[in-house]
Design a protein around this ligand. Structure first.
Ligand SMILES: NC(=O)c1ccc[n+]([C@@H]2O[C@H](COP(=O)([O-])OP(=O)(O)OC[C@H]3O[C@@H](n4cnc5c(N)ncnc54)[C@H](OP(=O)(O)O)[C@@H]3O)[C@@H](O)[C@H]2O)c1
Length: 245
């Protein structure tokens, strides 16, 4: 039975992914900053599926704690077969565009925190020569936009880091999947106007889990973001800088 660590477990997408893993017999460790909420989610999934579900605290931006945290989670699980990286934040984009501390907070919570945790987890998976990583990125990382380039650049860094890691891990038989997620109706997008392109967390989690099962490498969720971003990336910079995307 797979032993899976879920980072950012209070995200509704993470919660639904955790339920998919539990239904398939996995043992889980749900990690979040909000430990009370993570414990509630763990109990709920355990009651519904009969799976063993642990929970605990982590903070992506607290780098000094990461090594102990990964060790503790692996010990609690009894092994580490897979990691699902589902944390992130839009941050305060307006503040981040004028205040370096706010900008760095966004980068740490989306990118450098992920680099730290993935580096530690990858080393374990590589040594045991099996396992997987699912990394939730964003279509925002495909092209820098005036409106959210701090968040977008963090996701772009995450995509490139994950791409390189995928190549390294392939030699050890460890599968690494990048998810380029479009707009999902979650706390992150709360208060923003929904569009026809916005999907539910259920649809997002179902698509991500299906992609994991078929061992996809890079998946756009939903699929239509691949052609959309293909076109967006073709727009010449001179025109793109004037758009209101
Ligand atoms: N919603 C969208 O439209 C959309 C689009 C593209 C990509 N994504 C990505 O999808 C993933 C899940 O987001 P969501 O939409 O489900 O939003 P969400 O409900 O706000 O979930 C975000 C998760 O990240 C965690 N998190 C934030 N900062 C953290 C930190 N410093 N340390 C540990 N955990 C931290 C949150 O934990 P706390 O409860 O502790 O805050 C929460 O569990 C994120 O990677 C996001 O970038 C979302």
């Amino acid at each position: 039975m797979a032993k899976v660590l879920i980072l950012g477990a209070t995200s509704p997408i993470a919660r639904l992914l955790a339920a998919h893993f539990a239904e398939d017999g996995a043992t889980l460790y749900l990690a979040a900053r909000d430990t009370a909420e993570a414990a509630k989610i763990a109990t709920d999934i355990s009651v519904r599926t009969g799976a063993v579900v642990h929970s605990g605290a982590f903070d992506a931006a607290d780098f000094a704690t990461h090594a102990d945290f990964i060790e503790r989670a692996a010990q609690k699980l009894g092994a580490l077969d897979g990691v699902v990286l589902c944390f992130g934040t839009l941050g305060e984009e307006d503040a981040a565009q004028i205040d370096p501390n706010a900008a760095l907070a966004t980068i740490h919570q989306n990118f450098t925190g992920a680099v730290s945790l993935m580096t530690l987890a990858a080393h374990r998976l590589e040594e045991q020569k099996r396992g997987f990583m699912i990394v939730i990125g964003s279509v925002a990382g495909d092209r820098g936009r005036a409106r959210n380039y701090v968040y977008g650049s963090a996701k772009a860094g995450l995509h490139t880091f994950t791409q390189g890691l995928r190549g390294r891990m392939a030699r050890a038989g460890v599968h690494v999947m990048t998810v380029k997620l479009g707009t999902v109706d979650t706390r992150m997008t709360w208060g923003r106007e929904g569009t026809l392109l916005t999907i539910s967390p259920t649809r997002a989690a179902d698509s991500i889990y299906a992609a994991y099962r078929r061992k996809a490498e890079v998946v756009y969720v939903p699929w239509f973001w691949r052609p959309i971003m293909g076109i967006v990336k073709l727009i010449p910079e001179r025109m793109f800088k004037r758009t209101r995307f």
